[in-house]
Design a protein around this ligand. Structure first.
Ligand code: B12
Length: 212
């Protein structure tokens, strides 16, 4: 692996924002592929952080500083991930479901969707079913994208879909879901229209759902 990618990876794991910003900039200046920087520098490093947490070597504060470092790196990469000339694709309302504060994956999905020409209304994290319903009611929404990273909060995806049904809005929008504990089977079980395991496949799924 390129030494710059390795330095970015280590910077995220160590939670060093300064290192991450400096090395991502250097990697961009060296014309490394932004997608490679993203996948092997940033995303792989967060997986490592999750592993360290699981092993009891990291605790919430360490996860948090790593997450901040990752976000800094993402901000720097963002303009490079957005394609040159993009045609308008449709509007997406996105959010991490109620009770869940993990927003990095959702932010990444939003960023890639934006790069593919979608208009994004990002409701943030800890988004209640009502807030999703209200956003769809405001109109013009093609797709609802929900993220959950906790086994305890993924049930709120189902609650949100039910809330859309009760509001009579479910038929107007497609719903796609994702996040580490989410699976295709779960998507089918709760009546979502689709699931994708990562941000680039989220883009393909969104395109497919909107074309359908
Ligand atoms: C960073 C982190 C945090 C940070 C979050 C900061 C932030 N702003 O997001 C902080 C420190 C706040 C945190 C807190 C907690 N966390 Co945490 N956290 C993580 C960690 C290490 C990384 C998550 C991440 O950002 N990954 C990087 C991104 C890029 O990946 P991603 O989120 O999976 O997203 C990708 C895909 O899933 C997909 N995707 C995501 N969303 C969507 C949406 C759609 C529509 C689609 C199509 C695709 C899609 O595309 C993304 C890009 O490729 C994970 C470990 C892990 N392996 O996931 C634990 C983890 C999720 N956390 C965990 C836990 C337990 C907690 C806490 C309960 C800890 C505690 N005791 O307080 C709290 C809960 C707080 C809350 N209420 O939400 C557990 C969850 C266990 C479980 N099965 O439920 C994990 C798995 C760690 C572990 N191995 O035990 N956490």
């Amino acid at each position: 692996m390129d030494h710059l990618i390795q330095a970015i990876f280590d910077g995220i794991v160590d939670g060093s924002r300064a290192v991450v910003t400096q090395k991502v900039q250097e990697a961009l200046d060296a014309h490394l592929d932004p997608q490679t920087i993203l996948n092997h520098g940033l995303v792989d490093a967060m997986a490592k952080v999750g592993q360290l947490f699981e092993d009891g070597e990291y605790f919430v504060p360490e996860m948090l500083v790593s997450a901040r470092a990752m976000q800094e790196g993402l901000n720097l990469l963002k303009p490079h991930l957005l394609a040159g000339d993009i045609k308008p694709m449709g509007k997406v309302v996105a959010g991490t479901v109620k009770g869940d504060l993990h927003d990095i994956g959702k932010n990444l999905v939003c960023m890639m969707l934006e790069g593919a020409g979608f208009t994004i209304q990002d409701l943030g994290a800890d988004v209640s079913p009502d807030a999703f319903v209200e956003a769809v009611r405001q109109g013009d929404v093609d797709l609802v994208a929900m993220s959950a990273l906790l086994t305890t909060t993924m049930a709120n995806m189902k609650v949100t879909i039910q809330a859309l049904e009760e509001a009579g809005l479910r038929g107007q929008v497609k719903v796609m879901i994702g996040g580490a504990p989410v699976t295709e089977a779960y998507a089918q079980q709760i009546g979502a229209d689709g699931y994708a395991p990562d941000a680039s496949r989220a883009v393909k799924l969104a395109q497919k759902l909107i074309a359908a």
